[in-house]
Design a protein around this ligand. Structure first.
Ligand SMILES: NC(=O)c1ccc[n+]([C@@H]2O[C@H](COP(=O)([O-])OP(=O)(O)OC[C@H]3O[C@@H](n4cnc5c(N)ncnc54)[C@H](OP(=O)(O)O)[C@@H]3O)[C@@H](O)[C@H]2O)c1
Length: 375
């Protein structure tokens, strides 16, 4: 039995992880955490009865109701839960930069991290990779593109270049002039994936693809210029690698996050999660990305490998996306807020978690000011 902790069990990746685990044998969920969605969390813990549970907000009702479960609260409580639960695997399905602190803790106490939280690498850079290496902890990506790259790269001759795909998001067929004022409803209407709200909005702006280029840079050690991006409208091609002799290998499959989630849990083995796809009906087509449509993608490329700017990029996006989700700013404002925030954090080189946290705090403060200027 592998003992598992699922952090962010109430989110899109968290709930899909639970549905995958219903099909897998040999796993015991011993620890779960949520943010503030207590009604869903209650359903989950009453079904699974983990030994440990944690939430960002404190919920007395759950603590009273499930007296046999040891509860923790606050972000530090989630870390305490990880420490107490002695898990083999930690699934980091929390959204946002805060995921880094949980990934770093998991790298101390678990044997494998199943990493959905891309911000852990964008904001932590080498820090998380080094900690995993020092502690011999396996870091298995959950992001579908990075799971694809992991499967293509592992164990063979090192490819010269790698690429990841984007669906193009909800605004892929809009005129550029119409993108600036796109409504929240339009932006949340993703053509392929059903995901959490931030990652859906980030898909339309391609901030998400920018974060993923940075994620790939740290996970696989490629320079930004060797990480290409294409649009694959149906998201069947997740990733590809090309070799010195001109050969290309593609990673192709049904766009369903349960597959990479399951692989991160069962690696190096595979289990039946979905039925086989009828491949003859699937179009495998890649299109170039028009960079003029996606300034945030260009900015992410420019700052890839520069940690302070990456932290500021992510922090500003979190603040701007929150404001857009509350319909306080226009879609087009998101990029301007990110760009202004990032430009204030050049040439800083954070070396530990406390310095990362400080840059993140200052960047959020600046981004909030930029949001206010948009009113
Ligand atoms: N969704 C996808 O298909 C997908 C694909 C690839 C990668 N990812 C990445 O996976 C991560 C999670 O994405 P998602 O779409 O699943 O997000 P989501 O649906 O918004 O879920 C986020 C989860 O994190 C919890 N949470 C929020 N703030 C927290 C905090 N400060 N401390 C602890 N827990 C907190 C939430 O709790 P409550 O809801 O209870 O408040 C929820 O359980 C992101 O980094 C995303 O980029 C997602």
């Amino acid at each position: 039995m592998k003992r598992i902790a699922i952090l962010g069990s109430t989110g899109s990746i968290g709930t899909q992880t639970l549905s995958v685990l219903e099909k897998l044998e040999g796993f015991e969920v011993v620890a779960m955490s949520c943010g503030h969605n207590f009604s869903l969390f209650e359903e989950q813990i009453s079904k699974l009865r983990p030994r440990f549970a944690a939430s960002v907000g404190r919920c007395e009702r759950l603590i009273d109701k499930f007296s046999e479960i040891t509860f923790f609260s606050g972000e530090s409580g989630i870390e305490e839960m990880l420490e107490a639960s002695e898990v083999d695997y930690a699934v980091i399905a929390v959204s946002g930069a805060t995921g880094l602190r949980f990934s770093l803790k998991a790298a101390e106490v678990a044997k494998r991290i199943c990493l959905a939280n891309k911000e852990s690498l964008v904001c932590g850079g080498e820090l998380l990779m080094k900690r995993c290496k020092e502690k011999s902890v396996e870091l298995i990506p959950v992001d579908s593109e990075h799971s694809g790259l992991f499967q293509l790269i592992e164990g063979g001759i090192r490819p010269e270049k790698i690429f990841i795909t984007a669906s193009g998001g909800a605004l892929r067929d809009r005129e550029i002039s119409q993108m600036q004022n796109a409504s929240l409803r339009d932006v949340l209407n993703h053509p392929v994936w059903s995901m959490g709200s931030r990652v859906t909005i980030d898909s339309a702006s391609m901030v998400n693809k920018g974060l993923e280029i940075i994620e790939a840079h740290y996970l696989f050690g490629y320079e930004e210029r060797d990480i290409e991006t294409y649009i694959c409208r149906n998201s069947y091609i997740h990733a590809g690698v090309s070799f010195a002799d001109g050969m290309v290998k593609l990673h192709v499959g049904i766009p369903d996050m349960r597959v990479p989630i399951a692989y991160s849990l069962t690696y190096p083995y595979r289990e039946r999660i979905l039925d086989h796809e009828e491949v003859t009906s699937v179009s495998l087509k890649l299109e170039p990305i028009k960079s003029e449509r996606y300034p945030a993608l260009c900015l992410a490329r420019a700052i890839c490998g520069r940690l302070s700017e990456q932290i500021a990029f992510n922090a500003a996006d979190e603040i701007a996306v929150e404001a857009f989700a509350q319909e306080r700013i226009r879609f087009g404002d998101i990029y301007n807020i990110i760009e202004k925030t990032v430009s204030a954090f050049r040439d800083q080189k954070p070396v530990d978690y406390s310095q990362i946290l400080e840059i993140d705090r200052l960047a959020r403060k600046l981004a909030r000011k930029e949001v206010q200027k948009c009113y």
